[in-house]
Write a protein that binds this ligand. Structure first.
Ligand code: ATP
Ligand code: MG
Length: 430
């Protein structure tokens, strides 16, 4: 049986060849889409060869993403092997330096570590001990620099590591056992630029899914990441037992991103197909064509550029901002939103017209009349026929007129339902 399975896998073998350039940047332009297009997330029960031999220009953090990718493939019952070039230039030598050869043993045994070079620390993060190891490693890099750098870096790293351990963990089934994927941390110091770059990556549920526990109906991954960096926004609020202490204030990413903006630093957050770039100049979002199934955060910090920086003062400033009166007003504004989850309201077959009419009269019309934004979420809905959708939406759309396009948002909509809704919108706003 086992042999038969192996034979089948062999027959289905696929080779993924790392392109000549495999990095986040190409000629100073960020190319996340190119990089992410390498990964194929649909493979399972196959032999997969990852060929590094043609890649001569790579980046350590980019190559490090191959480690969680291989973990993913193994969890999908793939047999994975990595082809390295003989002379060991480019990605092949980086792969060895970061201890990539130990990727599979690390996944299979909790006591294994990635055995890379001390110069390119790469750590599989599962628990508090690994957490401490990452923090200690970062301190090695900031030795000899202003003590404020050490504290600042420690702060940002802790927040990102807490996030990956608290919100980004992911399970998979291995031969009937429930196993957990580690997260990954990789550091590289670029001497010429006096710059430290690191990545924290996970294969978890992603920011959108997590934050939707408290803020349902996010339009996109990009929107969810933008929401996550706002102060006092946490995906944990809804699931937290009200009698327990609140363990998350929702300020980790807010304060971290503000520190990044004050330092000579930049941060990229990728989750699903959303990308957010935080830099001293601005914060910009983008929706990519390709996706990473969990979350990763890439941080670049120039060391030693601002000796006047004082973490303590910065923190005080950002904390005050996070809890300011203005923030309270903003939160109130967020209440100005009516959210309807179709599956919760009608089940995954949303077909019963009298229920639609009741919901329209008791919920949607009052929301429209009180000038709320109306968000309708079709997550998990398998079918919603035209007559049902029309009963639910046509008259509210007619009442709102053209502003319906702005005031009503339809999220997680399967294509055929989206088409019907567009038709109803067209028909009722002429
Ligand atoms: N790695 C991740 N995976 C999934 N969701 C994440 C991840 N990182 C952040 N998030 C989402 O973004 C939200 C905001 O993160 P943030 O660190 O600002 O707050 P928090 O972790 O909830 O609270 P605090 O950091 O104050 O303890 C999280 O609550 C979670 O919903
Ligand atoms: Mg946090």
């Amino acid at each position: 049986m086992y042999q038969y399975e192996r034979k089948l896998k062999k027959e289905n073998a696929v080779t993924l060849t790392l392109p000549q350039g495999f990095a986040f940047k190409d000629h100073d332009v960020f190319v996340f889409d190119n990089l992410l297009s390498f990964f194929r997330w649909d493979l399972h029960d196959q032999q997969v060869k990852i060929d590094l031999s043609e890649c001569t220009a790579a980046n350590y953090q980019a190559v490090a993403l191959l480690i969680p990718y291989i973990w993913h493939l193994v969890s999908k019952n793939c047999h994975v092997s990595v082809i390295e070039s003989e002379d060991g230039e480019g990605a092949s030598s980086m792969w060895r330096m970061i201890g990539g050869r130990g990727a599979i043993p690390v996944l299979k045994s909790k006591t294994q570590k990635l055995k890379g070079s001390d110069l390119k620390p790469t750590i599989a993060v599962r628990d508090g001990d690994d957490f401490k190891e990452v923090i200690q490693t970062s301190e090695e890099f900031t030795k000899g620099f202003n003590i404020e750098y050490e504290k600042t870096l420690r702060y940002i790293l802790s927040e990102l590591l807490y996030n990956t351990m608290e919100h980004g963990y992911a399970h998979y089934n291995h031969k009937g056992h429930d196993c957990q994927f580690p997260s990954l941390a990789q550091f590289t110091y670029y001497k010429g630029r006096n710059e430290l770059q690191f990545i924290i990556a996970d294969l978890g549920i992603g920011i959108k899914k997590h934050i939707e526990q408290a803020y349902p109906g996010q339009e996109s991954d990009e929107a969810a990441i933008k929401l996550a960096i706002r102060p006092q926004v946490s995906g944990t609020f809804a699931s937290t037992d009200p009698y327990k202490d609140k363990n998350n204030a929702g300020v980790g990413l807010f304060i971290s991103s503000n520190i990044i903006r004050r330092l000579n630093a930049s941060m990229h957050i990728v989750s699903g197909n959303g990308l957010l770039h935080v830099s001293p100049r601005d914060i910009t979002g983008k929706t990519l064509n390709n996706r990473w199934p969990g979350t990763f955060v890439l941080v670049t910090i120039s060391l030693g550029s601002d000796p006047t920086l004082q973490l303590h003062n910065l923190m005080q400033e950002f904390r005050t901002a996070a809890y300011s009166e203005q923030r309270k007003a903003e939160l109130k504004e967020e209440d100005n939103r009516f959210y309807l989850n179709i599956k919760n309201e009608f089940g995954s077959f949303a077909e019963y017209k009298p229920a639609a009419i009741r919901c329209r009269d008791n919920k949607i019309f009052p929301a429209a009349n009180s000038h709320k934004e109306i968000v309708i979420d079709f997550d998990g809905v398998s079918s919603a026929p035209h007559s049902f959708l029309s009963a639910l939406l046509a008259s509210p759309i007619k009442t709102l007129g053209m502003s319906a396009y702005k005031r009503m948002k339809f999220v997680n909509t399967p294509p055929e339902i989206r088409e019907t809704i567009d038709f109803i919108l067209d028909e009722n706003t002429e």
